[in-house]
Ligand binder design. Structure first.
Ligand code: NI
Length: 155
């Protein structure tokens, strides 16, 4: 188990685009394990590799209520529909929360931690989480697209 340092607001790496993973090997699986450990320690529900300083297209998600963990490597959005206004936060912006518009449904294809092709159809909270994390891979952070006037700073 290894907890990695989470990059936070102001760190320029958060604005960079991540590169596709070429081979899903043990080194990648080790990183994924560390990402889950780090995300759980800080009580997040999703984390992108860039948030621990690695510019690779890897996302982990663990929505406690649903009890299912997701690993998405090189995710691509196939389709997204609907719109939900949701409350959102991010481990890279630990004190900030705001409302944002996200798709209600999202369909993505990706590789899993074994390097197998997978497809996920997600809705509601899972759709929100996947959209948020894919934004990270594109160098986009939620705070730049929030609904104006909804920012809450928690001390
Ligand atoms: Ni985030």
């Amino acid at each position: 188990m290894a907890i990695r340092t989470i990059r936070t607001e102001g760190d320029e790496i958060l604005k960079k685009k991540s590169k596709p993973v070429e081979v899903v090997d043990d080194k990648i699986r080790e990183l994924i394990k560390d990402m889950f450990d780090t995300m759980h320690k800080y009580e997040g529900v999703g984390l992108a590799a860039v948030q621990v300083g690695i510019l690779k297209q890897i996302i982990v998600i663990d929505l406690e209520d649903e009890g299912q963990k997701y690993v998405l490597i090189n995710p691509e959005i196939i389709s997204q529909t609907g719109e939900q206004v949701v409350e959102e936060g991010c481990l890279s912006f630990p004190n900030k929360f705001a409302k944002i518009k996200r798709p209600t449904n999202i369909k993505v294809k990706a590789l899993n931690e074994k390097g197998e092709k997978i497809e996920i159809s997600a809705k509601d909270l899972l759709a929100q989480a996947i959209a948020h994390e894919i934004d990270h891979l594109n160098g986009e952070v939620f705070i730049d697209k929030i609904i104006p006037g909804t920012l809450e700073i928690v001390k």
